[in-house]
Ligand binder design. Structure first.
Ligand code: ASP
Length: 342
């Protein structure tokens, strides 16, 4: 690249953009245009930085598909102007938003890097500066005049992950995220060490398509010993139910009690997709291993393989929003769209 890359920072909210009120000590959002005041080091980076802030920055516990679409639309509207995008987001639901964006942005050929922090940017011990500076550097990386990262990534505490492979695993440590089923794309040490073989390879000739329809009439149910029949029947009879993600045990195992099988059959008989995702952070669903799963194999349950719950939920919402036919749903869901499953 002969000229400096242009990077757009999109600030949605979260701890990273907060400072302590000097009188009350409570955290409050600061004016994002004053970013350079807090991180003057940004002036030293080899890129041009512009920023776009949500009108009202939010705590990420208030994230929802309407905001996902807002982020996607900002990227779409600015796609030809900028070489890379860094999205600043609260860490609590960052893996959901970043997974959703990975599915929304089809034929992405530019970096979209999510980051945030555990401590506010104004805090002496903040992790925000390193996370932000390195995310911008990663979004600026080029090789042979082309961006190195052409997917949605999540950068936190010295590692860039494929976003749709991540989960928030720690509310205390700076290393808040992990990706147990896929290796980091970049490790930041003295140098940025890029693991080229694990990066998504784009098709440079295809145009970006941004999918914006999400169906939110879905449920996520986590199995636990003693799960109650009446409660399940009540939940599963929700008249508007369009999809279900089941967090099952180990390699995708479910109780073979007749009442539970019947409850699931009632849903699959209505052509409502049921996705089997493991509660374990690492490893994969394989329903062929145990005999208890025998009956479930015949009723069309969809295997989430080694997908995260965050990616399963957002992929399901997006595919339901695209009106994929019941006949094709299983095959399509079980096929990797953006490297989210094996
Ligand atoms: N509650 C905050 C949020 O997710 C935490 C953070 O920013 O890390 O918005």
């Amino acid at each position: 690249m002969n000229t400096k890359p242009n990077i757009l920072l999109i600030y949605t909210g979260g701890t990273i953009g907060m400072i302590k009120d000097s009188e009350t000590g409570a955290l409050q959002n600061f004016n994002f245009d004053e970013l350079l005041k807090f991180i003057p080091e940004l002036n030293l980076l080899e890129c041009n930085i512009a920023s776009h802030s949500f009108l009202k920055p939010i705590d990420s516990s208030n994230m929802n598909p309407t905001f996902w679409v807002e982020i996607g639309t900002i990227i779409e509207d600015n796609y030809n102007i900028y070489d890379g995008f860094v999205v600043l987001h609260g860490s609590d639901t960052m893996s959901y938003t970043a997974s959703a964006l990975s599915f929304m942005l089809e034929n992405l050929t530019k970096p979209v890097i999510f980051t945030g922090s555990q401590l506010p940017i104004g805090d002496l011990r903040t992790d925000a500066k390193e996370n932000l500076i390195t995310s911008i550097q990663i979004a600026s990386l080029h090789k042979d005049n082309k961006p190195v990262i052409t997917e949605v990534g999540l950068y936190f505490e010295y590692k860039l992950y494929r976003a749709n492979r991540t989960t928030k695993v720690n509310a205390e440590h700076f290393e808040a995220f992990d990706s147990l089923n896929y290796p980091p794309l970049i490790i930041s040490g003295v140098n940025l060490s890029v693991h080229f073989p694990v990066l998504l390879k784009p098709n440079w000739n295809k145009k970006l398509v941004v999918h914006k329809n999400f169906e939110s009439n879905i449920l996520l149910v986590k199995m636990f010993p003693g799960i109650n029949e009446e409660a399940i029947n009540y939940l599963f009879s929700y008249p508007n139910l369009k999809g279900l993600v089941l967090e099952t045990y180990g390699s995708g195992n479910l109780t073979n009690k007749t009442w539970f099988l019947k409850a699931i059959k009632k849903i699959t008989n209505k052509n409502i997709p049921v996705i089997n995702v493991t509660q374990c952070f690492g490893g994969s669903v394989d329903m062929s291993i145990y005999n208890t799963n025998k009956e479930y194999r015949t009723i069309g349950i969809i295997s989430g393989k080694d997908i995260t719950t965050e990616a399963a939920i957002t992929k399901l919402m997006l595919m339901l929003g695209q009106n994929v036919s019941a006949k094709d749903f299983k095959i399509k869901f079980e096929t990797s769209l953006r490297g989210e499953m094996k």
